[in-house]
Design a protein around this ligand. Structure first.
Ligand SMILES: Nc1nc2c(c(=O)[nH]1)N[C@@H](CN(C=O)c1ccc(C(=O)N[C@@H](CCC(=O)O)C(=O)O)cc1)CN2
Length: 272
């Protein structure tokens, strides 16, 4: 039996996400899905059978935004991260039990940077906790661009790999742009591929993935009941990882937002 489904995950339950959600339609899980994007072994579209809890109803009362227009507030992210991880783990558990499949992430690390090792360790631990499989490819600092491209292409073609992260920064002799361009956009979980960034910038277009730092900023605001529409927003930092995609995201999702980017490589601050 075939059934048409909207992509809908835990994140896609808010009006903001509705504007960005993927509009892919695929088969139900009762018959093996034929998947264009993620390969034959994982549905491109996944809705757990029971998934209608609004994340916003889980907010403690004390977290609600006081709407006096002037007060500043430090937003606590950890409890929200915990809720999200629990929900993702639950979705993956259901996916495993309903269709016997689960997502896998490939991480590519070049060189010996200690911070990069720490970051990928954190990512893999987080994956492990929620039931996402991981595979790591570590390449020496001296590797050639073609060697790195071969590794990425291998993951692109591997149906058991559904997401690819090439940890940045790369050693200087490697052309980051060229590497990023090679990652299949539908496996580009960082959302750094030009197609994904480009689609993020154009109203009505839908990137496969949105850079996580930007997505999480908006998610935190929404979960704290902050109305984004019509606000002036200052974003400090223009990095492609956080500042730039955040300003794009705010501009395409809500009219009237003014986003200013200043000073590269500074973490984001948002004032409303
Ligand atoms: N392929 C990628 N490479 C890199 C990314 C990325 O998203 N994808 N981002 C950074 C490194 N990074 C994760 O990989 C990362 C860096 C910094 C933080 C962060 O939360 N920093 C906080 C401090 C947090 C703390 O001290 O507890 C901050 O700056 O305020 C998260 C992830 C570059 N490479």
């Amino acid at each position: 039996m075939k059934k048409s489904l909207h992509f809908r995950s835990f994140f896609e339950t808010t009006p903001w996400h509705k504007t960005l959600r993927k509009t892919l339609h695929f088969h139900s899980f009762s018959s093996p899905p034929s998947c264009t994007f993620l390969g034959p072994n994982l549905p491109d579209v996944w809705i757990p059978k029971e998934n209608n809890t609004s994340p916003h109803t889980l907010l403690p009362q004390s977290f609600q935004w006081s709407n006096d227009g002037h007060s500043a507030r430090i937003i606590e992210g950890k409890p929200i991260a915990k809720q999200i991880k629990l929900k993702v783990a639950d979705e993956i558990r259901k996916m495993k039990s309903e269709i016997g499949k689960f997502p896998r992430l490939a991480v590519v690390l070049v060189g010996d940077r200690k911070d990069s090792h720490t970051f990928i360790h954190v990512k893999m631990k987080a994956c492990d906790k929620v039931g996402i499989g991981t595979v790591v490819s570590e390449l020496p600092e001296s590797c050639t661009e073609n060697e790195l491209l071969d590794v990425v292409s291998g993951f692109n073609d591997d149906d058991d790999v559904h997401g690819i992260v090439v940890q940045l920064p790369l050693p200087q002799h490697l052309d980051e742009e060229r590497i990023m361009n090679v990652i299949r956009p539908e496996k580009d979980v960082d959302g750094f591929h030009p197609l994904n960034i480009g689609n993020l910038a154009i109203r009505g277009r839908k990137p496969f993935f949105i850079p996580c730092a930007s997505k999480s900023c908006i998610e935190l605001l929404l979960r704290h009941g902050v109305e984004i529409r019509g606000k002036r927003v200052a974003i400090i930092g223009r990095s492609k990882i956080a500042g730039l995609p955040t300003s794009l995201l705010l501009q395409v999702t809500k009219k009237n937002v003014v986003a200013e980017n200043r000073e590269e490589n500074v973490s984001i601050a948002i004032w409303l």
